[in-house]
Design a protein around this ligand. Structure first.
Ligand code: CTP
Length: 392
């Protein structure tokens, strides 16, 4: 929900300044309008041109040289939704704490009316120094947001706290802060990804689901304030921040995990591509070529997880997905009735598989609402809005 938000990115003199370039790129990609302020020492690490080329609306480096601004340190943050200083050195934290305004950056911090966030980046000893810790404590008291720092290997060779958070982590935190909490404290259980049915210890039957849509929904729910449990089939996707993840392999594992968890949840979103059938007699040892006749696979049916949840006495609000190759609305509506769920998100396989965007229709008993083609993230946000409407 960063679209159209005006953010001022303050870059101070730390080697982590190179990460701010990526941060700017990620923010503008999300639709934020980003102005940059750089200190003199920041310009020793990266140049204003780098930020300009990456899409900054403007780059302010001094109070004296920009003819577009009458008073840069005041105008820069006017109407801004957030002033984010990343990287924030020990020096800028100290100045912000004391209200020192001896350059365009520190003056802009003092003059701002919008919220301010700092992503500290410094050597571990500088971070742990009582002076820095005092400054941080005071800044928090004054309402500043402190993002990080992370621990790890530092540019100086030391190890420990002081590394700036990665740009993706900062982005995620900001997205969370800018998202309305329409599912505040709502407990949401989600299944995502493919299932895998073993034939023998090295082979199995799976499908082409990437898990991207389910993970995007887990992230959108968490950002909207929900407590999210994600039951995930095999995927290498990263767990979204704040989401509790349970990894499973087979459809039956997924069924057991869901049935174990569901009573604590108010919403169930079944995004996983669940195998309808499993191998009844998977071999315990690898099936060798030549030593047996052509193997025959005997199938037995897996439980329908979504239908089982929807049939529970105190069923949560259930959302299913339907990937169809044809007759989209009719097939999806048939699932609304067959699985007894209020909402099916339907899409055509050819529109979605392996892609980052999709075209979906919200199919309910009495209506079908098509959404314009959108990224899986945007679809997740639309679904969160729909669920919030239904459950609140
Ligand atoms: N689903 C489930 N458990 C299964 C099969 C499907 O929970 N064993 C869920 C999926 O997560 C999805 C919805 O049911 O939300 C529809 O899945 P889909 O595979 O399209 O439906 P099926 O019931 O398998 O119907 P068909 O294969 O005939 O299209």
């Amino acid at each position: 929900m960063l679209t159209g938000q005006k953010i001022v990115l303050g870059v101070t003199g730390s080697i982590a300044a190179y990460k701010s370039c990526e941060l700017l790129r990620l923010l503008t990609k999300k639709g934020a309008v980003v102005s940059v302020i750089m200190t003199e020492s920041a310009q020793r690490f990266v140049t204003p041109l780098t930020f300009k080329a990456l899409g900054a609306k403007e780059v302010i480096t001094s109070d004296w040289e920009d003819p577009d601004h009458t008073i840069p340190h005041i105008d820069a943050t006017r109407d801004a939704a957030l002033f984010l200083i990343a990287p924030a050195t020990a020096n800028i934290l100290a100045k912000a704490d004391q209200g020192i305004a001896d350059d365009v950056m520190s003056a802009a911090i003092l003059a701002r009316r919008c919220p301010v966030a700092f992503a500290p980046a410094m050597n571990i000893n500088m971070w742990q120094n009582p002076a820095t810790q005092r400054n941080i404590a005071q800044l928090v008291k004054d309402g500043a947001i402190i993002l990080g720092p992370a621990a790890g290997e530092q540019a100086c060779g030391d190890k420990g706290s002081g590394r700036m958070l990665e740009p993706e982590e900062i982005l995620e935190l900001l997205e969370g802060a800018f998202t309305p909490r329409v599912l505040d404290r709502c407990r949401v259980l989600i299944t995502a990804g493919p299932t895998f049915e073993p034939i023998d210890p090295v082979r199995g039957i799976t499908n082409l689901s990437s898990g991207k849509q389910g993970f995007a929904i887990a992230k959108a729910c968490a950002m909207a304030g929900a407590e999210v449990t994600l039951v995930a089939g095999r995927t290498s996707l990263k767990t979204p921040a704040g989401v509790r993840r349970i990894d499973v392999t087979t459809a039956y594992d997924m069924y057991r995990a869901v049935m174990n968890e569901v009573s604590r949840h108010e919403v169930f979103i079944s995004v996983a591509a669940v195998a309808d059938w499993r191998i009844a007699n998977p071999a315990t040892r690898k099936i060798k070529k030549g030593y047996t006749d052509t193997p025959e696979l005997i199938f037995e049916e897996n439980p329908d997880i979504l239908a089982s949840v929807a049939a529970l006495e105190n069923a949560p609000y259930c959302v299913g997905f339907a990937a169809e190759t044809d007759n989209l609305i009719d097939n999806a509506r048939a699932k609304v009735y067959r699985k007894r769920v209020p909402l099916i998100v339907a899409n055509l396989v050819q529109d979605a598989l392996g892609q980052d965007s999709n075209t979906v229709v919200f199919v309910e008993r009495d209506q079908a609402t098509p959404l314009a083609r959108a990224s899986k993230e945007q679809i997740a946000q639309a679904l969160v809005a729909k669920i919030a409407q239904e459950v609140n």
